[in-house]
Design a protein around this ligand. Sequence first.
Ligand code: NAD
Ligand code: TYD
Length: 352
Amino acid sequence: MILVTGGAGFIGSNFVLDWIAATGEAVVNLDLLTYAGNLRNLASLRGNARHVFVQGDICDRNLVDRLLAAHRPRAVLHFAAESHVDRSIHGPGAFMRTNVEGTFALLEATRAYWSALPGGAKAGFRFHHVSTDEVYGSLTPDAPAFTESHAYEPNSPYSASKAASDHLVRAWHHTYGLPVITTNCSNNYGPYHFPEKLIPLMIVNALAGKPLPVYGDGRQIRDWLYVTDHCSAIRAVLERGRLGETYTIGGGNEQANIDIVHRVAALLDELQPSAAGPYARLITHVADRPGHDRRYAIDAQKIERELGWRPTETFETGIRKTVQWYLANTDWVADVQSGGYRDWLATNYAAR
Ligand code: NAD
Ligand code: TYD
């Protein structure tokens, strides 16, 4: 079996659902259920003996020790993190705690467990660290896309905390021989994406007739990857990736935010037109994000060449599926729009 951290969040829950569907192997899923964790994402696994959910904190060394000893996983896949840049600007402390201290605690617990494994199990063990392209900082318009050898230049508290965690993972390999692999992926989108991030926020705001807040000029560029393509990349790396290596993962799909918002609005016009007129009428430019990275782009040649991975969705197929999913799952959206989430919207957007 494998141990997944953060498996009730956006990417983690997609990964767990894919894993259970695609493999015969069980998953122990350790998640604290912060505002971003949602067991509804995993509702289809209720009663499935191959999914064991444990609510708990990756910083809790005793708990992680006990889980490793009880379940004897062959791999740890580490998704758990605080993941939202704007929240990291308003409150960086939680990012340092979970992303830095939590990764440290998890590495130490894993090292103790792995050191005591018998030969074959020890040789086959993996610690897979799920990270982001944001650790590389911001690209100028004509710069080549990020590769694995790009310098670390994080600019936000979020990306700095993820960069720190990447460095810890690297050091645990070089110093202690822990069998680690790190992946640095571009922006994901798809089902179960919490509506604080750009694409789901635009969908749910548009449907509610609320403004679509575009930071600054909206010309910032991200490289969007459909979430299940990220999940298949992680499976390929876990199976065939080289120890101690890093792999960048991306969709080869650079788009400016404003173009994304127009595409989402046009799809909603097609699939659920509003009597009040085209959804693009709701686009509102608001104050920019402090320290806003201008451009991210991934060169995914290494994972393509070495592991034969390629995304299966284009942006057109992926964004259509995503909009359709939100239209079909309005109860999921209503559920996550809890009191705490409403408070966040006031904190982030009131003064913009
Ligand atoms: P998310 O915020 O949707 O989910 C994070 C999950 O971690 C939640 O379920 C939360 O409850 C859990 N968690 C938080 N703190 C915890 C703690 N202390 N102990 C245990 N669980 C805890 O995040 P996501 O978008 O699914 O991202 C998952 C991982 O992928 C993160 O490490 C993130 O840095 C990375 N990543 C995300 C993207 C993206 O576009 N979302 C892109 C590249 C990499
Ligand atoms: P986000 O989804 O928060 O991901 P990240 O900051 O990790 O890339 O934001 C994606 C882009 O969209 C980013 O350039 C910020 C911008 N953005 C807006 O313009 N308006 C919004 O309301 C949000 C949440 C993001």
